[in-house]
Design a protein around this ligand. Structure first.
Ligand code: GLA
Length: 399
């Protein structure tokens, strides 16, 4: 009995340490206490871009998020992207666009906070943002303090119109220091499109870094200037899985789910694969006017739980052949989330064997379909399913 008792205490202490380890960012992550799981929220850019963004749109997104189940599902940040700013005043303070934000940024931030949500904003490390609004270069400390005074909880910093030879690592480190000096915990989102391999240096600098060019609202497409469809992004994220973890995430860009360019199947696969990648889940659609089918995707709690798993492992692609792929993500409880992804143009059967996902071949494991939220029973050796074209089946496997 005594031995068993001691064993229990040791096991219990082990569990406590494991939990603590999962909740504490490793030494190579930015230690600002935020984004220990991938950030979830909404960003104005993908749907509203420069022309459409204004305070009504932002308030409506906050209203929708607070009321439609998203907040309860874990969505938290309401982020204004480019075009909220117009100029600087005589003291160099950044000035908000009065036509778009007549109440000022502080009032919008207060409104978002009043809904129990957090507020984010956007700047650029160069002289001008990508939409040619003023950037932060030379004003980093002044801007960071202004954001903190407004109650900003999240800052995205872009990389347009930088100086020739400007160092991304130094520029983003400067803004990290400026944010730190405010004393307010502000999530820091680095956006240099993967151009200087941020996964190699940005762990201690930002909480997330864009790893690719801008996402396009399409399953399979590539623009000359670097825009990417969903599958192009997946291919770029696959090799850099080891760099993501609590407090510091690869960012495959904001979601296009619900913006009209993809089928329901493609939208589901896009969202499910972002969850497999431990990606920030930033909805990029019109939250006020979304269809029930889109809501069903954005609100699937079991898929979101895979994204938010505290171990913070990004999925690995363990098999690929003729557009049929198996991805596996290790979870904190020892289970695996497994995605069977069909990139081909016809329905196909895809199998994941237990060996491919890191278990002995003869293991018997409980399998649960996460999109259907349905137990599929015990399976030995592996699991296979017919997957629609441009679709995915996502299961949880628990030996
Ligand atoms: C860049 C970024 C986008 C968006 C726009 C705004 O293209 O990568 O995510 O912020 O700028 O102009």
């Amino acid at each position: 009995m005594r031995i068993r008792g001691r064993g229990f205490v040791i096991a219990f202490m082990g569990l406590c340490l494991a939990t603590l380890a999962a909740l504490t960012p490793p030494a190579h992550a930015l230690d600002n206490g935020v984004a220990l799981t991938p950030p979830m929220g909404w960003n104005s850019w993908n749907k509203f871009a420069c022309k459409g963004v204004n305070e009504q749109v932002v308030r409506a997104a906050a209203d929708a998020m607070a009321a439609n189940g998203m907040k309860d599902a874990g969505y938290q940040y309401i982020v204004i992207d480019d075009c909220w700013q117009t100029s600087r005043d005589a003291q160099g303070n950044i000035v908000a666009d009065k036509d778009k934000f007549p109440s000022g940024i502080k009032a919008v931030a207060d409104y978002v906070h009043s809904k129990g949500l957090k507020f984010g904003i956007y700047t650029d490390a160069g002289a001008m943002t990508c939409a040619k609004r003023p950037g932060s270069i030379g004003h980093e400390y002044q801007d960071a303090q202004q954001y903190a005074n407004w109650g900003v909880d999240y800052l995205k910093e872009d990389w347009c119109n930088t100086l020739p030879g400007q160092s991304s690592e130094s520029s983003y480190t400067l803004m990290r220091e400026a944010l730190k000096a405010t004393g307010r915990p502000i999530l820091f989102s680095i956006c240099e499109w993967g151009s200087t391999k941020p996964w190699l240096w940005a762990g201690p600098v930002g909480n997330m870094w864009r790893s690719t060019g801008d996402i396009q609202d399409c399953w399979d497409c590539k623009k000359q200037w670097g825009g990417n469809g969903v599958v192009q992004i997946l291919d770029q994220l696959a090799p850099i899985y080891s760099y993501a973890g609590p407090g510091h995430w690869n960012d495959p860009d904001m979601l296009e789910v619900g913006n009209g360019g993809m089928t329901q199947e493609e939208n589901r696969a896009h969202f499910g694969m972002w969850a497999m990648l431990s990606a920030p889940l930033l909805a990029g659609n019109d939250l006020e006017h979304m269809t029930p089918a889109i809501k069903e995707i954005l609100l699937n709690k079991e898929v979101i739980a895979v994204d938010q798993d505290t171990l913070g492992q990004q999925a690995r692609r363990v098999k690929q052949q003729n557009g049929l792929e198996v991805w596996s993500k290790e979870l904190a409880d020892g289970g695996r989330a497994v995605a069977l992804l069909n990139r081909s143009d016809a329905p196909a059967t895809i199998e994941a064997t237990w060996q491919e996902i890191g278990y002995p071949a003869k293991t018997s494991a409980a399998v649960r379909d996460l999109w259907a939220m349905k137990d599929l029973g015990q399976k030995t050796g592996g699991y296979s399913a017919t997957v629609p074209s441009h679709g995915m089946v996502m299961v949880k496997v628990e030996p």
